[in-house]
Design a protein around this ligand. Structure first.
Ligand code: ADP
Length: 399
């Protein structure tokens, strides 16, 4: 019975889940917050145990991993009696550059690649590496696996991932489309082939991962052929706080008019744009829905812009694949926001999409088909589960 610890390390936080892979069951999950900052704390919820919270200094990720092991092995709050019951650790790693198209067991070479990709994922890759090294120190001999968020995008064709800028920039700096949310797109696209019963080699699926960050992917037989995020997660759909696609000249124009640096403008495009920047209400779709219902025109505009961009990308990807068998919604908005799925699906009647409005409007948490039996293209909601995907990849590699 394999039990896998899944780690998602951020710069000052570390989220974890401890998963029994055969039962596909989460035995415990938790988070260490404010690592390296005053007031750090760990909280954990474990199967059949009281909730655990401890405020204690964690000066770095090594301290955090020790606290995670203590919490998991605690008599009162934990689920295992010793660290030896952790069979392997799966790490979410943001960027594997052009080097990894699949998950891999961590070796010195893998760590070097993660380090070489610091420039491409400046916020995440250093934290991911720190998390791996902390686990190696705390659990010597326990296999570690790196699961890359960019791996799914590696199957894109050269004509798809290459930007039309002087080619030496690709050669010198590896500037190209990578795509993100790859773990989620991979999980959901392959799950769609299975539950919908599509051809495992030829099934054409468009996955709309709509959350705080949003992206969309096109895949054939579970292999990515295009995806909307680019060199960074800024490209593509309108998001909570990110602009998605804009004319790059906008950067220079704002910089000149507002006397700002490129870095400052990029910060605006990443953190102050999207539905928040338009509505000034919130980046959270629950707030936007409320505001729009109460007559806030800018919240309504923000929602309409979000929907329009999703519809436009679905059309582009259906064209890119010369057809589409299924469109799947996932992540916070995709799984929960009825009006978004409704508006998107109703703009796709030209593809033969027919939405079952009743099923679509039901508040449910399960995998479900929301199109009618007559619908030419199947429309589904499939909850994403990145941690399970990381745990499954890890189990497969260490078995
Ligand atoms: P993240 O990218 O942070 O993982 P999520 O996938 O959790 O983001 O998506 C967050 C978005 O999902 C928010 O805009 C939120 O409004 C929206 N959402 C709508 N309904 C719900 C719900 N019932 N539960 C959680 N999120 C929801």
């Amino acid at each position: 019975m394999l039990k896998i610890l899944v780690i998602n390390a951020g710069s000052s936080s570390l989220k974890y889940q401890f998963i029994d892979i055969e039962k596909k069951e989460v035995l415990a999950k938790g988070i260490c917050e404010r690592i390296g900052i005053e007031g750090s704390k760990i909280s954990q919820k474990a199967d059949g145990k009281p909730e655990y919270e401890l405020v204690k200094d964690m000066k770095d990720h090594s301290d955090a991993i020790k606290m995670v092991i203590d919490a998991l092995t605690s008599k009162e709050y934990g689920v295992i009696s010793s660290m030896n019951e952790i069979d392997a650790v799966g790490h979410r790693v943001l960027h594997g550059g052009k080097y990894y198209s699949a998950s891999t067991i961590v070796t010195d070479d893998v760590k070097k690649v993660i380090r070489d990709c610091f420039d491409l994922g400046p916020l995440h890759n250093p934290a991911n590496l720190t998390g791996i090294e902390a686990c190696e120190k705390a659990m010597p001999g326990t296999p570690q696996v790196a699961v890359f968020d960019t791996a799914f995008g590696q199957s894109m064709d050269k004509k798809v991932y290459t930007y039309a800028i002087p080619y030496e920039y690709y050669e010198k700096y590896a500037i190209r489309r990578y795509g993100f949310h790859g773990i989620s797109h991979n999980f959901v696209a392959n799950r769609a082939l299975e539950v919908i019963g599509l051809d495992k080699e030829k099934g054409k699926v468009i996955v709309c991962h709509l959350g705080n960050g949003s992206s969309i992917s096109a895949s054939i037989g579970g292999k990515c052929v295009d995806t909307s995020m680019g060199l960074t997660p800024l490209e593509g759909l309108v998001m909570g706080t990110r602009s998605g696609d804009v004319d790059p000249a906008v950067v220079q124009y704002i910089a000149n008019k507002e006397n700002k640096t490129v870095d400052e403008v990029l910060n605006i495009l990443n953190k102050k744009s999207g539905v928040l920047g338009i509505s000034k209400v919130s980046s959270d779709f629950r707030d936007l829905e409320d505001a729009a219902e109460n007559g806030n025109e800018m919240a309504k505009l923000a929602l309409d812009m979000f929907i329009y961009r999703v519809v436009k990308y679905i059309g582009a990807y259906a064209a890119a694949m010369n057809g589409v068998d299924a469109i799947v919604f996932t992540a916070g908005i995709g799984e929960n926001t009825v009006i978004i799925r409704d508006a998107v699906a109703k703009s796709l009647t030209y593809l033969g999409v027919e939405l079952d409005e009743k099923i679509n409007s039901e508040r449910r948490k399960d995998e479900r088909c929301i199109s009618t039996p007559n619908s030419k293209v199947k429309v589904w909601v499939i909850p994403t589960n990145e941690e399970l995907m990381i745990a499954e990849d890890t189990a497969r590699l260490v078995k």
